[in-house]
Structures are given as C-alpha cells and as structure tokens.
Write a protein that binds this ligand. Structure first.
Ligand code: NDP
Length: 296
C-alpha cells in the first residue's frame, strides 16, 4: 500500500482563500477589517522569518497587519504596557507574541496578559481551560491545522483510535483535546511511555509532535492508518541540511493509508490557521457570523 499524500501546502491555500473571501465580505457588508498585531522581542533569526511571513500572509488575505519589533532588552513592564494598549485597540482583533521570549521575560505572565478573546495563538490559560472543557475557545494554530486536515480526509473522526506522541502545551495536549472533542479514543504518549511502537500500532490516527528526526518507522504504523507528522527537524544528509519530520517518511508511507509530508504538510497550515483565528476573533468581537469550517 502507498499512502495518499495529504498536501498541507494546497490545503493551506484553500484555507487562506476562504479567509480572504470572508474578509472581503465583512469589509463590504460591515465596513470592518480584521487586524492582527504581532509582537517580536529580540532578533532571533527564525522568529524574524516567521513574523515576516505572518505579516505578508495577513495582508494577502486582506487583513491589517501591525508589527511591533522590540529590543531584546525590553522590560516586562514595557511589553505588558504594549499588550494593554493592543487589548484596548478596537482595530486589533488578534494579538500574537512570538515565542520564545528572551529569558528575562516571564512568558506565562505575558501570554496571560493578552485579552483571551484576542489570543489567536490559543495559549492563554482561559482558552486552555475552555478547550479542555469542550467550550468555544481560541484554538492553538498547529493542532487546529491538523484537525482540519483530518476532518477533510476522514469526514467524521468519531470512534477512531488516536495516538498523539508529545504532551507539550502548544501541540500535544491541545491536539489530544481536539481529537477527544471529535469523539476519538485518545492516547497521549511521551518520553516515558513504555513500548511506544506497540502503543502507536493501535492507532487509526497517529499525530507525532516530538522533535526527534525520523523516530517513528513503518513497523510502528497500523496498515491504513493516517499519519500527521508535526515534527520539524533539520538534519545533515548527503552533505546538505534537509528538513525531516518525526516519521521516517518512506517506510511509514509504505504502510499508512494517508500521511503528511515534511516539509509541505502541517507547517503551512499553522499560519493559515492563525489567519482563520484572527478572522474568527474579529467576527466574535463584532457579533458577526463566524466562518464555516475554520474553527474547531
Ligand atoms: P516539545 O519539546 O515541547 O515536546 C516534545 C514532546 O515529545 C514532549 O512531550 C516529550 O515527552 C516527547 N518526546 C521526546 N522524546 C520522546 C521519545 N523518545 N518518545 C516519545 N516522546 C518523546 O516540542 P513541541 O511540542 O513544541 O514540538 C514538537 C515538534 O513539532 C518539534 O519538532 C517542533 O519543531 C514541531 N512543531 C511544528 C510546528 C509546525 O508548524 N509544523 C509548530 C510547533 C512545533 P516528555 O514530555 O516526556 O519530555
């Protein structure tokens, strides 16, 4: 069996097109333009690339993009004052503070100072609690993107066995909650899980969010299972730096029913879902109809 490739790049393009169409409609009918503010503290090169890409795609779907680049030694008080200003700004519907923050800043304090209704990363403790109790919330972008791809491929996920490898607050745990919300039977595996391959072999859906290059091999995968590879790992191969996931692609693809590649799988969905969340936040703020198929 050769797995169907779940093309995250193409899927992300359809999500952006849906967002752009809805943005155009609320601009015309309601005179409202969704706005996303992205705050970057310091000069981490990877973060700068992400922030640039977020700003570009925000503008491309017709939304307003506000970028705040602060010096690496910005004080916590100054950062909190900026967030307070953005919380109160009616033109700003989404606020994202790019992580990681420099060490002298308390990330939890900073994230929890964002108005939960504008917390488009879904990391505020209120949104975490709402998601955990099955209530309407802002959902973290990467797991939301995985859920959208799974729903698109399978339709209903009800009753499926799902194994999520990784228990981080930004991917593993929210992913597990989303799958539970769609009535999967969910197992969360992590570094202390015993006999991980046999746990994974029970899964109809496997989501790997670990950060270990090509850890899961084809013999871990139940024939026909769907594999969503969140991992992004840089390795040296044949004298070149290449990106690989947490799954060994060739051996997993030979057994799985469907699989996301790395790159071109989950990665492109993350920013697309950030735009979707910003639109959702804007619609909720103004009591407008929410976009269909772009929320959990
Ligand atoms: P974290 O480092 O926060 O979490 C990794 C998780 O993997 C932990 O729960 C850890 O377990 C578990 N783990 C580590 N080693 C093993 C092992 N040998 N067996 C089983 N589980 C193990 O990572 P993130 O969740 O932030 O990210 C995971 C991956 O996803 C990374 O490669 C990251 O780059 C990528 N990523 C991709 C995104 C995208 O847009 N596509 C967005 C975000 C992340 P324990 O808790 O026991 O230590």
């Amino acid at each position: 069996m050769t797995a169907k490739l779940i093309d995250g790049k193409a899927f992300a393009a359809t999500v952006r097109a849906k967002v752009a169409a809805h943005v155009a409609q609320i601009k015309e009918e309601n005179g409202i333009t969704p706005g996303l503010a992205v705050v970057l503290v310091g000069e981490d090169p990877a973060s700068q690339v992400y922030v640039r890409s977020k700003g570009k795609q925000t503008v491309e779907v017709g939304m307003n993009s506000y970028e705040y680049k602060l010096a690496a030694d910005t004080s916590e008080a100054d950062l909190l004052a900026l967030i307070d200003r953005l919380n109160k700004d009616p033109e700003v519907h989404g606020i994202l503070v790019q992580l990681p923050l420099p060490k002298h800043l308390d990330s939890d304090l900073v994230i929890n100072s964002i108005n939960p209704a504008k917390d488009v990363d879904g990391f505020h403790i209120s949104n975490v609690g709402l998601l955990g109790t099955g209530q309407k919330s802002m959902v973290p972008c990467t797991p939301l993107g995985c859920l959208m791809m799974l729903r698109d491929y399978h339709g209903s996920l009800s009753g499926m066995n799902a194994v999520v490898i990784g228990r981080s607050n930004i991917v593993g745990k929210p992913m597990a909650n989303l799958l539970l919300g769609d009535s999967c039977t969910v197992t969360i595996a992590h570094s202390r899980t015993k006999d991980l391959p046999s746990v994974v072999r029970q899964a109809d859906i496997v989501v790997t969010a670990v950060g270990r290059p090509e850890m899961a091999t084809g013999d871990w995968i139940k024939p026909g299972a769907t594999v969503i590879d969140v991992g992004i790992n840089r390795i040296e191969r044949d004298g070149k730096t290449v990106l690989v996931g947490d799954c060994e692609f060739d051996s997993c693809e030979a057994v799985a029913g469907a699989i996301t590649p790395v790159p071109g799988g989950v990665g492109p969905m993350t920013i697309a879902c950030l735009l979707a969340n910003t639109l959702t936040a804007c619609c909720r703020a103004h009591g407008l109809r929410e976009p269909e198929g772009l929320t959990a």
